[in-house]
Design a protein around this ligand. Structure first.
Ligand code: ADP
Ligand code: ASP
Ligand code: MG
Length: 406
């Protein structure tokens, strides 16, 4: 088999951990498999580099951030290759550029356009284990880019698709995908398998165990994916195509996201084209707007528009909105940084009713106010005050029977 193994930050978080990773990789190779390794930066490294830059400038240029952040993964890739060689296993490390991971120009959240992977194939042919620095790529004009936070997952999935790997294993610090974040709800259960669709919702609603784009990519190219722990030999969670059994469970997971902020524009003229003008300008800056709430104006003249954006994009978004407030003659804008989004996810929602009512009742019975709501076929999300996040997640996890043995 050809197996791509991705090791996250905690899994390569120290020299001891890197040696343990090398042992596991060597074992997989000894078992008769071809192995390609993708590594993240050592735990905390990316955050440390970001904080260095912020100490110098409140808004460092995105291009420079990419060059800076890509260094974290280079360090762990080289160290892992050194550890493998020390075990007598031939290994060679590669940067994103050497692997031919070509991306668009959207610095700090670039999209992969194609992968050539020739050097990886050549290394495999010669019996080497390629160790790829995750999270990074290169534009057509040789600018270094990064793939968004958690982007090493995407490197692993994209490389798996490019090489036609038999399996992509994501090694992390928990034993798989759980009904909710096991670090805040100890009763959370590990799922044996989950559909791509549900995993996509869980990830995009905040469960950082897999990066959202990596799941999108895996679904599109049917990459067989498993999430498991680098600290044990337990089997982990398979991410697979939806099957009939899955619809029997109404809610299969609860997610939370504290990484959004809410912007409200006060008294915007109520006429056609306003929302289009606003959201076009924000999209042009590559900012992804999540929830939007606009009320009907009571007098037909003016209304408020609220929406959420990722916290790292808040300053940029406020800059754009301030211009538009002036241009449209709106009354002003307000920003709320203390929000969180809690969501329930399940393909079974398609065929069960009363799910939203139970969610709202559960939050109400804990005195938690709902500020925004959004729904899709397989999820319901509520924006609440961020100080209630853990309480809300635990309450919802209980209310939908996820803690019980099942
Ligand atoms: P890595 O560094 O290996 O990429 P991450 O920190 O990005 O690891 O992702 C793993 C973390 O995801 C876990 O430690 C856990 O706190 C968090 N997490 C959130 N939701 C879930 C979930 N539903 N199942 C498993 N882990 C989750
Ligand atoms: N090191 C990057 C981050 O912390 C990418 C990753 O870990 O996947 O976001
Ligand atoms: Mg991660």
């Amino acid at each position: 088999m050809l197996i791509v193994q991705k090791y996250g930050g905690t899994s390569v978080g120290s020299i001891e951990r890197i040696k343990a990773v090398a042992e596991r990789v060597a074992r997989t190779k000894r078992d008769g498999n071809d192995v390609v390794v993708v590594v993240s930066a050592m735990a905390g490294e990316t955050d440390k580099l970001i904080s260095y830059a912020r100490e110098i400038s409140p808004s460092p240029p995105d291009r420079e951030m990419d060059l800076l952040l890509s260094s974290g993964e280079r360090i762990s890739a080289a160290l892992t290759a050194i550890a493998l060689n020390e075990l007598g296993v031939k290994a060679v490390s590669f940067t994103g550029r050497q692997v031919g991971i070509i991306t668009d120009k959207a610095h700090t959240k670039a999209r992969i356009e194609r992968i050539t992977a020739e050097r990886v194939e050549e290394a495999l042919r010669k019996g080497f284990i390629p160790v790829i620095a995750g999270f990074q790529g290169i534009t057509e004009t040789s600018e270094v880019t990064t793939l968004g936070r958690g982007g090493s997952d995407l490197t692993a999935v994209a490389v798996s698709a490019a090489l036609g790997a038999d399996l992509c294993e994501i090694y992390t610090d928990v034993e798989g995908v759980f009904t909710t974040d096991p670090t805040i709800v100890p009763e959370a259960r590990k799922l044996e398998k989950i559909s791509y669709e549900e995993m996509l919702e869980l990830a995009s609603l905040g469960a950082k165990v897999l990066q959202t784009r990596s799941v999108e990519f895996a679904m599109k190219y049917s990459v067989p994916l498993v999430v498991r722990s680098s600290f044990s030999d337990k089997p982990g969670t398979l991410v697979v195509k939806e099957d009939r059994d899955m619809e029997k469970v109404v809610v299969s997971g609860v997610a939370y996201d504290k990484n959004q902020s809410k912007i409200t524009i006060l008294s915007v003229p109520d006429r056609p084209g306003i929302a289009a003008r606003l959201f076009k300008s924000i999209a042009d800056e590559n900012i992804v707007v999540d929830m939007i709430v606009q009320n009907v104006s009571s007098d037909g003249k003016a209304t408020d528009i609220s929406f959420t954006v990722p916290k790292p994009d808040l300053q940029k978004a406020v800059g754009i909105v301030e211009e538009i407030v002036k241009e449209l003659g709106a009354k002003g804008l307000s920003v709320d940084d203390g929000i969180a989004k809690v969501s329930i996810i399940g393909v079974g929602m398609k065929t069960h009713s009363g799910v939203a009512a139970r969610m709202f009742e559960t939050l109400a019975s804990h005195g938690i106010n709902i500020m925004m709501i959004s729904t899709s076929e397989i999820k319901i999300s509520c924006v609440i005050e961020s100080k209630y996040t853990e309480l809300a997640v635990r309450a919802l996890h209980d209310a939908f029977g996820l803690s019980a043995q099942g």
